[in-house]
Design a protein around this ligand. Sequence first.
Ligand SMILES: NC(=O)c1ccc[n+]([C@@H]2O[C@H](COP(=O)([O-])OP(=O)(O)OC[C@H]3O[C@@H](n4cnc5c(N)ncnc54)[C@H](O)[C@@H]3O)[C@@H](O)[C@H]2O)c1
Length: 286
Amino acid sequence: MGLSTGRDGGLMDGKRGLVVGIANDRSYAYFIAESLIRHGAECLFTHLPGDKMQRRCFRAIKDLGIDDPWLESMDAGSDEDLDRVFERIARDFGRIDFLVHSIAFADKDWLKEGHFAATPREVFSMALDISAYTYMAMASRAAPLMCSGGSGKSRGSGDPGSSEPSGGGAMLAMSYYGAQKAVPAYNVMGVAKAALESAARYLAYELGPKNIRVNTISGGPLRTLSALAVGRFTEIAQWVEKKSPLGRNVRGAEVGETAAFLLSDLASGVTGQNIYVDCGYSMVGL
Ligand SMILES: NC(=O)c1ccc[n+]([C@@H]2O[C@H](COP(=O)([O-])OP(=O)(O)OC[C@H]3O[C@@H](n4cnc5c(N)ncnc54)[C@H](O)[C@@H]3O)[C@@H](O)[C@H]2O)c1
């Protein structure tokens, strides 16, 4: 079940965690899982409910060298689904070391230029719920599993120097530059990503005393199912290729390797950060 192939081993040896967001072998979550597994981690997975989703996700995981994955159905918009998945992880494993949140959703009718100000309330709420709130919903359920066997202390309770927090872990979510700047057609998703990045900082503050680190990666444009829902995706990708210092778009595997670094002990001092993996595009002024 959910076995690591441990091909290279090393960096993530002995670590186990949940990867949420593999739709197929083009998903950012697929590349993240590939890196984690290659570095020695054991990954558990979820897919969106439905046979087709299950089949696609299973096929991608098989491609990662895992024939008998730990794989559960989960709609992150359902508290019952979240509870069921994290309770099963608690039952089956007792403890996890990392969490990858690589999901987002917004009604694509509102990811078109000129379709921002009139965004309906329910479209806004759904985008913020699935793309940002669910990081908190997963974090609150994952944190106790990262502390199990440990004695994490609460901020402000007692002498901060009196006991070392034991256990701990790391969490990661995927963001995009549209959180910081107005990217044409990204619209409500930009607002959701701003909320996601901010949520990561508050989570990092609250969970830090338990030795749990919380970060986001801001990935460059990658041709995935979700990306194609953004009205001007192709144009955005062409623009990045032209303007980024590296003169190209990022590869999924490059985000995967940064994710492995952030979830590993190499990044033990990094929390509350948003790391750009975008070939440098975000720092260019013109
Ligand atoms: N592709 C890009 O250009 C790009 C750039 C920066 C950030 N990102 C972010 O990367 C993350 C992954 O997206 P991707 O580009 O790999 O696309 P993708 O379509 O491959 O993955 C999106 C995932 O979200 C999942 N999802 C949607 N609603 C869900 C729900 N209610 N419950 C559970 N899962 C749900 C889908 O099942 C899918 O696995 C997203 O947060 C996205 O915003 C993507």
